[in-house]
Design a protein around this ligand. Structure first.
Ligand code: AMP
Length: 277
């Protein structure tokens, strides 16, 4: 497994990779969710590149950039047995050298949900992912449904900017009790870990109502809100029942629908979603 950090090293290493190249972009502190993306890439591509970069431009000024968990040694130990060919671990200076001033922005899709709560988040995400695509030149890139809006935004950007690659979106990997795996779960201590289940429970309540025939989106949103409100450690940021493609809030659920939410558990901000229909 080659491990590189500079752009020159990355380019030289990339030239050594043959066949279909799959890229798995991550911010590190890897868990089974990330590993499922890597396994999928390995199954579908001859060569696999994993990037590990805590991208500063996708964090807001009051977010957790400084304390975001990092442990490269641990990550490399997890990746090595999976047969990854190349790990790219650039520094912020490599990605954003002095004088940097070029940004990639997707418009309507980034306005709601996460974009409404985190105004410059997606500009940072699309910019860094475009740079990763340009540097690595993968044939396929793997993302998790865990970050549903991110997946939709990246798909849009890839199409709009004619990146010659396929975006593959992989299912959410959960803990045995339903909590969606996330690097930020490390912040959950004591009673917060149990309280964090409220996201899965709220989504499950909406799913149950949907499966027994409920199609009024406001009723489905209310059901999710009620479950969250009953957990004293939880503070809802948003709850959404939106069209899967446009991410616009629905009045009536008809086709493929994204049920999603962001909830603060103590100081930890968690997101989760189900796709129904
Ligand atoms: P991150 O390191 O949080 O930026 O995540 C890197 C990639 O892993 C993103 O495409 C995420 O959507 C994906 N991912 C994170 N958590 C999960 C999960 N629990 N299941 C599946 N994919 C995930």
């Amino acid at each position: 497994m080659m491990i590189v950090s500079s752009l020159d090293e990355l380019r030289s290493a990339r030239l050594l990779l043959d066949g279909t190249v799959g890229l798995v972009p991550t911010m590190g502190y890897l868990h089974e969710g990330h590993l499922s993306l890597i396994r999928r890439a390995k199954a579908e591509c001859k060569s696999v590149v994993v990037s590990i970069f805590v991208n500063p431009t996708q964090f807001g000024p009051n977010e957790d950039l400084a304390k975001y968990p990092r442990d490269l040694e641990r990550d490399l130990k997890l990746i090595e047995p999976l047969g990854v060919d190349l790990v790219w671990n650039p520094t912020a200076e490599v990605m954003y050298p002095n004088g940097y001033q070029t940004w990639v922005e997707v418009e309507a899709l980034t306005k709601g949900l996460e974009g409404a709560m985190r105004p410059s988040h997606f500009r940072g995400v699309t910019t860094v992912v475009a740079k990763l695509f340009n540097a690595v030149q993968p044939h396929k890139a793997y993302f998790g449904q865990k970050d549903a809006q991110q997946a939709a935004v990246i798909r849009r950007m890839t199409q709009d900017l004619n990146f010659p690659l396929e975006v593959v979106v992989c299912p959410i990997v959960r803990e045995a009790d339903g909590l969606a795996m996330s690097s930020r779960n490390k912040y959950l201590e004591g009673d917060d870990r149990k309280a964090a289940l409220v996201l899965f429970q709220a989504l499950s309540a909406a799913k149950e109502a949907y499966e027994t025939g409920e199609r009024d989106a406001e009723t489905l949103r209310r059901k999710m809100k009620e479950v969250i409100a009953a957990e004293p450690r939880a503070q809802m940021q948003y709850v959404s029942c939106a069209d899967y493609d446009s991410l616009e809030e629905l009045e009536t659920v008809t086709g493929k629908t994204l049920f999603s939410m962001a909830v603060l558990i103590g100081k930890t901000r968690l997101i989760d979603n189900f796709v129904l229909g």
